[in-house]
Ligand binder design. Structure first.
Ligand SMILES: [Zn+2]
Length: 277
């Protein structure tokens, strides 16, 4: 597999989910290996590589930091890049957090496809495994087993009767991602919103960019049955992009979990997996 960048600059604008701050985010072709974020609003700040070693927080989103500059909630943008096979790109931002758009990754994918995906003459490292890898804590379980292709299954369990048990399996490909996963929006429970806002999170969150789950329903019609669990897979793909590798030939299963566990599991895959290329 080859590294890929984009052919031309494209931008998106909007407010951040957690910070509520305006941001113009520009996707630019890049000649360094990796996905990098650059805070253009911070003087002399250095590009921040999307890598597990730069994760600064996984509270309700994945934040990265490098040499004093931080970017928040990078997982949806990373998810779109990963699904499209974009390995080398500079993502410039004039604020701390990407525009949330509609709460899914489909707007980013659209813009990146419009920018044109350009194959580079360099190989990308492919991460596979030759044994079962497992991680568990309380009710959360993550496993990866060798397989002939890449699949990702997520099981979402909750005490709320409307979303008590949701499961989805993605057979990973660009087309399947764009169809089954990319449009799935972020979500939250109505009773959590006050708590999140009190902790300075979800400031930009609204029913325009998130599905709010109330006692008896959803704030807007769902795009899919089980939209929430599909979004969990969207997040997982974004967080796994922090390996800096293309994952292949494994069956990934996650029961419960979120950004913290995604990042921990990405580290474990890097440590115990086999990297070629
Ligand atoms: Zn998300």
């Amino acid at each position: 597999m080859f590294r890929q960048t984009i052919a031309e600059r494209k931008l998106v604008k909007g407010i951040g989910l957690h910070t509520g701050r305006d941001c113009t985010m520009t996707f630019e072709p890049y000649d360094r290996e990796g996905i990098y974020f650059l805070r253009t609003d911070i003087k002399d700040s250095k590009p921040i590589k999307a890598f597990v070693g730069n994760v600064s927080s996984t509270m309700r989103g994945t934040n990265l930091t490098y040499e004093g500059a931080e970017v928040h909630t990078v997982e949806h943008v990373l998810s779109a890049c990963s699904a499209l096979g974009i390995t080398d790109i500079l993502i410039s931002m004039d604020g701390p957090e990407p525009p949330v758009m509609d709460g899914s990754s489909q707007e980013y994918s659209k813009v990146l496809i419009l920018a044109g995906i350009k194959r580079l003459d360099k190989k990308v490292p492919v991460l596979t495994i030759n044994k079962k890898i497992e991680m568990s804590e309380n009710n959360v379980l993550y496993t990866a087993e060798p397989a002939d292709k890449l699949t990702m299954t997520f099981l979402f369990v909750h005490t709320h009767p409307l979303v008590s048990r949701l499961e989805h399996t993605l057979e990973f490909s660009k087309d399947n991602y764009l169809k089954e996963i990319g449009p799935a929006r972020t979500f939250g429970f109505v009773e959590e919103l006050e708590f999140l806002k009190k902790h300075g999170l979800a400031k930009g969150g609204s029913t325009e960019n998130a599905v709010v789950i109330t006692k008896d329903g959803f704030s807007s019609p769902l795009r899919f049955e089980g939209e929430m669990v599909r979004h969990k897979i969207l997040d997982m793909i974004g967080d796994f992009a922090l390996t800096g590798c293309i994952l292949d030939n494994m069956k990934i299963y996650a029961r419960g979990g979120g950004h913290k566990f995604n990042v921990e599991f990405a580290k474990k895959l890097l440590k115990e997996g086999v990297i070629n290329g």
